[in-house]
Design a protein around this ligand. Structure first.
Ligand code: FES
Length: 574
């Protein structure tokens, strides 16, 4: 393998040459307490850190950046930490998805505009993983994604609690009067016991696993609980390794391929991963110039069943998954269907990285011969209601609803829905289908996670816990139920969902991958002629920019101007 010479380093243009501009750069390095031996002939490693005081999934990333720095220094590089937008899933409104592309742009431009030779990406809370990776792919420097890792298990009165999933579950129990206010307060104190990401198989755990399966993280990294001492050790290893990756010029483009994305999608299926991953994987692949559409998820979901017995599809949590052997063990179970020749950031193939991996807790990671669910993790349905597709997670839905025809109750937007579901006199049965409009990429904007529409209060009291719900929104990976999401095109741009009215009938057939609105073409044409686009929610600012430039869900919701239209020039240094 040919290694770069020091003068080939990108940072050399800032720090290594002899002109007035580089004098200024070196003088400022000295202002920072550095001396020539700190930078001369050394790769500068940018640590893009999504730590924030309002993102408790990333509380430890401030300290972990120091672990990475230790590794970079030991490896012979110069670490520099660059803070980036944190995308705190619980706190950012209306939705972190609105800001994923902003983080992607920030990551790309932080790397481009500074004297950086290689990147360590510190993230994990939901959209931070795809945001960081999309930006790093577009920039094309050697990169390692360092996952924040999941929280420890939640606990309430000796019962295990899972992020999100148990919040929804016990909220319904409270609405039904089955638990007290004191119980609810105790659950609030026990459901998030440590730093780290949500510890069910939500979007965070799914995307961290996908990053590893793509080859962008060190082997086993994504499964390590944030509070485990293996986590800072992994950070130190990443710091050491990224320096070599710079010398070897191992860029994301040399790691990512059609086969790598197929591996990641198969892993996603075996994990019972979040539906959000479809949008993010499509967006990441497009940044790498790799064609991927959501039908590939559907194809592979028919080949790979769910093996990880982790909530919301299963029983355990990510801490258990780690003890069971983690992602290396799961990938070893899948070895016959993975492309083992794909390269990864440590310079080894997937096959080499999973060699010797074993499942220690077979009820947590099942073998292919005994999956936890024969239903795939993801189904892509199409029909006259969703010409460009919509998705659902059959493994997390009541089986009786996978083939269903019912009368619609339609809501024009989130506030309309939120009012109606609390009404005691709402004319609704468990066989009705709830439809939410104007919650898509442009209509939300940002596709908020409103897709698990609340079960109407009246039905909750009757013991109903699942019903068919359809929207152009997304759903939290910690959610569950017969929720049909990402309907494309969305209602805000006049997709067929916009034309649905209360009293219509919709039929879904998940095994046949069909969704059909039982309204005649003539009637739909009449409604279309009368339809008017709602006013945009944001008249100015980033929200307006987002709504103007975002693609639809099946396109990955990336901005049109961030598509790989050709190389972006390196900045002029003068
Ligand atoms: Fe951060 Fe769920 S809130 S991962």
């Amino acid at each position: 393998m040919t290694r770069k010479a020091p003068e080939d380093l990108r940072s050399h243009r800032w720090l290594g040459v002899s002109d007035l501009r580089s004098f200024g750069h070196r003088a400022r390095m000295r202002q920072g307490g550095f001396d020539a031996p700190d930078w001369q002939g050394k790769p500068v490693i940018g640590i893009i850190n999504t730590w924030s005081d309002l993102n408790f999934c990333h509380t430890h990333l401030r300290a972990r950046a120091d672990d990475v720095k230790r590794g970079v220094l030991l490896g012979g590089g110069l670490p520099v930490e660059l803070p980036a937008m944190s995308l705190s899933e619980p706190f950012m409104k209306p939705t972190t998805m609105l800001y994923r592309n902003m983080l992607a742009m920030e990551t790309e431009e932080l790397l481009r505009s500074h004297p950086i030779d290689g990147a360590i990406l510190l993230g994990g809370c939901d959209k931070t993983t795809p945001g960081l990776i999309m930006g790093a792919i577009s920039m094309g420097l050697p990169t390692i994604f360092v996952p924040a890792g999941p929280q420890l298990r939640g606990n309430w009165h000796g019962q295990v609690l899972g992020s999100g999933s148990d919040a929804w579950k016990y909220w319904d129990e409270k609405r039904a009067g089955r638990i007290t206010e004191d119980d609810w307060a105790d659950i609030e104190g026990g459901i998030a016991r440590s730093f780290g990401t949500c510890m069910v198989m939500g979007t965070a755990a799914t995307m961290m696993a996908i990053a590893e399966a793509l080859g962008l993280s060190l082997p086993g990294a994504s499964s390590i609980p944030a509070a485990d001492s293996a986590h800072p050790r992994m950070c130190g290893q990443a710091g050491r390794r990224i320096v070599d990756m710079v010398w070897e010029d191992v860029t994301p483009q040399k790691i990512l391929s059609v086969a790598a994305f197929d591996n990641a999608i198969r892993v996603h299926m075996a994990m019972g991963g979040s539906t959000n991953a479809i949008i993010h994987a499509v967006a990441m692949a497009r940044r790498a110039g790799i064609p991927l559409d959501m039908n590939r998820f559907d194809q592979l979901s028919r080949e790979v069943p769910v093996l990880a017995n982790v909530r919301p599809s299963g029983k355990y949590l990510m801490e258990d998954f780690f003890y069971a052997g983690g992602l290396r063990a799961l990938m070893a179970e899948l070895k016959d269907v993975l492309d083992l020749s794909c390269m990864t950031v440590n310079g080894k193939t997937i096959g080499e990285n999973i060699k010797g991996a074993e499942v220690y807790l077979p009820d947590v990671i099942h073998p292919l011969s005994d999956p936890i669910s024969s239903e795939g993790a993801t189904a892509v349905l199409t029909g006259n209601l969703a010409p460009r597709g919509c998705v659902m997670k059959p493994s997390a839905a009541e089986k009786r609803l996978l083939r269903h025809r019912g009368k619609v109750i339609a809501f024009e937007d989130y506030n309309h829905m939120a009012r109606e579901v609390e009404r005691d006199d709402l004319d609704v049965t468990a066989d009705h289908i709830l439809v939410l409009k104007n919650a898509g990429p442009k209509g939300g904007p940002g596709m908020p996670e409103w897709g698990m529409l609340p079960i109407p209060k009246k039905l909750v009291r009757e013991g109903v816990r699942d019903m068919v719900r359809i929207s152009d929104a997304r759903m939290s990976g910690t959610s569950y139920g017969a929720c049909i999401l990402h309907v494309a095109p969305e209602s805000f741009v006049g997709g067929p969902l916009a034309l649905v009215e209360t009293g219509d009938e919709i039929e879904i057939d998940v095994p046949a991958r069909r969704i059909h609105l039982h309204v005649s073409d003539e009637e739909l044409a009449r409604r279309r002629a009368a339809w008017q686009q709602p006013a945009p929610r944001y008249p100015r600012g980033y929200g307006a920019l987002y709504a103007e430039h975002t693609g639809q869900a099946d396109d990955g919701c990336d901005f049109d101007f961030l598509a790989p239209l050709g190389p972006v020039p390196e900045p002029e240094i003068h």
